[in-house]
Each structure stands twice: as C-alpha cells, then as structure tokens.
Design a protein around this ligand. Structure first.
Ligand code: NZQ
Ligand code: ZN
Length: 392
C-alpha cells in the first residue's frame, strides 16, 4: 500500500428537486456574476436552463450564458468563454450539463485566472495557479467531472484531445438530481455507465500497492453499476437505478477507488482519447470498443488482478488455470457491454480505421504520454498500435 492524498472539496447536493437550490449555493460560494455554460441544447429542451435562470433572477444574481459545448469540447469555445468572462467581469462559473460542459467551464476558469494561452496546461507546458470557482448541475452520470480534478479539451487544429488535472479545477458544489438524467438517450446512459466503470477499472488494474479496503469499494461499485445499468436498459425511468449510477459516477472518479495504489493504469483512456479526437465518438463507447483488446494484451503482466476481477466482479467460478479464469472475466465484461448495447470493437463503434489511421493514433498517443505509460503493463507506441489493430 502506498501513501496518498485524498482531496474532495466538492459540496454534493443530491436528490429530487435539488436544482432549485442553485442560487443559494452560488451565494454560499461567493458568486456575484455568473457565466452559465451548457452544451448543445438538451438543457433548453428539458426546461432546466429556464428554471436555473429564473432562480438566479429571483435571487438578483446577474448572469451571462454561453452554450455550445460539444461532446469532446473544443478549445475555440473555451477562448470565447474566457473573453466573455473578462468582458463581463464574471467571478463564478456554473456548468449545466455533462462532462463536456463541465470540462469546458474548467478550461474557461483556468484561462480567466492565468495569463497566457490556456492550451499550455493541456499541452503539459506549465501548471495553472488558479481557476475561477465553479458549480455544477449534472445532467448525465458519466465522467465524474462534477467532483474530479480533470478536464479534457480537444484542440481543433490537429484534432488533439488532451486532459489536464489540477485541484484548482474541482467544483465547489455539484447538484445531482437523478431525475435530470431521465431525458438521456439510452445510448448516452450506457456510455455513461461504461465510463463510470472504466474510471474505477483504470485504478483497479495495477501492479502497485493495492489496498483491501479500496478493492472492496471498487468491486462493490462495479457490481452496482452493472446491475443498475441493466435495469436501465429495460426501465430507463427507474429513479433508484439512476441514483445508484449517478453517485457511483462521482465516487468512481473523485479518487476514492484509487487510494493506496500507484495511480492506476489509464491506458484505455489514453487510447480512447485518440479515437475521440480523430473520429469524435462518444467517450464511453470508445472505451468499451478498445477495452477487450487492451485487457487481452496486458493480462499476462497483471494476472492476479485480472483473476480477482473475474471472480469478485464478474462472478466467474474459478476453474482451470489463472489465465483461463482471467480470460473468462474479460469475456464476461464484453458480454455485459453487448447487453447494454455498447460496442466491443472499432467496427461496432462505427469506425473503419485505415492502417495509416491506426499508426497515427498510436503515434499521437505515445507522444501524449511522453513515450510510455501503463501500470498493468507499460505500453509503448508499438504496443498501442497492436492494441488498436486487435480492436479493429
Ligand atoms: O450537449 P447537449 O445538448 O446537452 O447533449 C448532450 C450530449 O449530446 C447529451 N445530454 C447530456 N445530458 C442530457 C443529454 N441529453 C438529454 N438529456 C440529458 N439530461 O448527452 C451527450 C453527451 O454529453 P457530454 O457532456 O458530452 O457527456 P459526458 O458527460 O460523457 O462527457 C464526455 C466528455 O468528458 C470527457 C470525455 O473525454 C468527453 O470529452 N471526460 C472527462 C473527464 C473528467 N473531466 O474527469 C474524465 C473522462 O474520462 C472523460 O475523458
Ligand atoms: Zn472516462
């Protein structure tokens, strides 16, 4: 077991109708002029944005709005948001939406409070010294960005998708009403469940310092998400299933399921970020499409963890060698992905990649991780290429 920092400063306000407390929470955290940042329009169609602006008006809190954060949010809109905040003297950000609106808001917050080009942070050139305070009203359970330190932005030029992590970016509050996720398309619900699982699995499949209490939390979280994801396939309006998944999403990426380990593997995410950058696929679906190929490629180097996952998470009866048991666990998770209509390869993801595309993604991925990365198995460019080839 390794030592760790566990820092979760976000005030979580969870349950039905909690969005009605937004003005009170902005005041509590000192907001005087707010930028409301959102995505492509779901918050207008659902009436949520109107409820939020009504609440702010009733509380005499001035605001400006900026919509248009797309899935795999773009740097161009971040620059626009920074300009708007400076012009309007905004001192508080409110993201209403999912990971894309939240991440875009975090980037705007870094840009407003730091000199120079905000992309420098995502390009690993320097670190942010501050961020505007940020509150969230979450509409999709997926990324955990409502409590996490990370933000993922795509630079249009070169389609470079990169993440930046800093405690300054952790939201001050997160309003989580599971009912708000009931308008999600089924595909997005399933993508979210996949992403939630993967945030814990990235921390679970490591060769360093695993801790019994962390493993028990991780395994319980994974079983809970799988059970409730299957309920939502048949009964998308099931409040309790939505609530279980929403809370799991936050716990999965606020650091809890990685305490005591070596920081995690994270290569499935790095591989997916190349897919998201190049083909603009939904993040969760991209993860599902490459995970099986990654798992088979690294399994031998992290066998005890894969065996444990098979037995404790996927309910595999151990029989034969550890390798056979581990393999059954991988197959069982792929079968689960199919049951919730997630892809298990690039073809099912709707991506027909050329050899050249795969080489380009492997190269960009290797550059993005400074040559090599991975705890289950250290991967270099040639390994990344083989995984992409196997996932075709
Ligand atoms: O844009 P709108 O119109 O709001 O529609 C969105 C979008 O099309 C829609 N949606 C969201 N809530 C809805 C809804 N539609 C109907 N009803 C609702 N209640 O769903 C679509 C997906 O939304 P988005 O915010 O893009 O999804 P998600 O939360 O999965 O975020 C994905 C982005 O976050 C990054 C991903 O790479 C991707 O760019 N990630 C961020 C992380 C972080 N900050 O910690 C970690 C993750 O690993 C991930 O990389
Ligand atoms: Zn993710």
């Amino acid at each position: 077991m390794f030592g760790f920092n566990y820092y979760t400063p976000t005030k979580v306000v969870f349950g039905k109708g909690t969005e009605s407390r937004v003005a009170e929470l902005i005041r509590e955290f000192g907001g005087k002029k707010v930028l409301i940042h959102y995505g492509g329009g779901s918050v207008m169609r659902s009436g949520l944005l109107k409820r939020v602006t009504d609440s702010l008006e009733a509380a005499d809190i001035p605001y400006v709005t900026l919509g248009g954060a797309v899935p795999n949010p773009h740097l161009g809109l971040v620059y626009e948001g920074i300009e708007l905040c400076r012009r309007e003297n905004v001192d508080f950000l409110l993201a209403v939406g999912g990971g894309s609106a939240i991440d875009s808001a975090k980037a705007i917050g870094y840009g407003v409070t730091n000199e120079g080009d905000v992309w420098d942070f995502y390009d690993y050139k320097r670190k942010a010294a501050a961020c505007l305070p940020l509150g969230v009203i979450l509409t999709i359970a997926a990324t955990g960005s409502e409590m996490s330190d990370s933000s993922v932005i795509t630079k249009e030029e070169g389609l470079v998708k990169r993440g930046y992590s800093s405690d300054y970016g952790r939201p001050r509050f997160a309003i989580m009403n599971p009912e708000l996720t009931m308008t999600l398309p089924d595909y997005q619900t399933a993508c979210g469940c996949t992403d939630i699982m993967m945030h814990t699995m990235e921390r679970y499949f490591t060769n360093g310092g695993n801790m019994e209490i962390t493993d028990a939390i991780a395994e319980g979280l994974l079983r809970t998400v799988m059970k409730n994801a299957e309920i939502l396939v048949k009964d998308p309006k099931n409040y309790d299933a939505r609530a279980e998944i929403m809370w799991a999403g936050s716990l999965s990426h606020n650091g809890l399921t990685g305490c005591g380990n070596d920081g995690g593997d994270w290569m499935t995410h790095k591989l997916e970020h190349e897919l998201g950058g190049l083909y603009d696929v939904a993040h969760g679906a991209g993860l599902a499409a490459v995970w099986g190929s990654w798992a088979r490629y690294v399994m031998a180097d992290c066998l005890p963890r894969f065996r444990r996952f098979a037995v404790n998470v996927m309910g595999v009866e151990p029989a034969g060698s550890d390798t056979e048991t581990a393999l059954k666990g991988i197959e069982a998770l792929e079968a689960f992905f199919r049951r919730i209509n997630m892809p298990t390869n690039l073809r099912e993801l709707g991506v027909s990649a050329t050899d050249e595309d795969l080489r380009l993604m492997a190269h960009k991925c290797a550059v993005g991780v400074n040559g090599a990365m991975g705890s289950a198995k250290l991967l270099r460019e040639e390994d990344m290429l083989k995984i992409f080839q196997a996932s075709r």
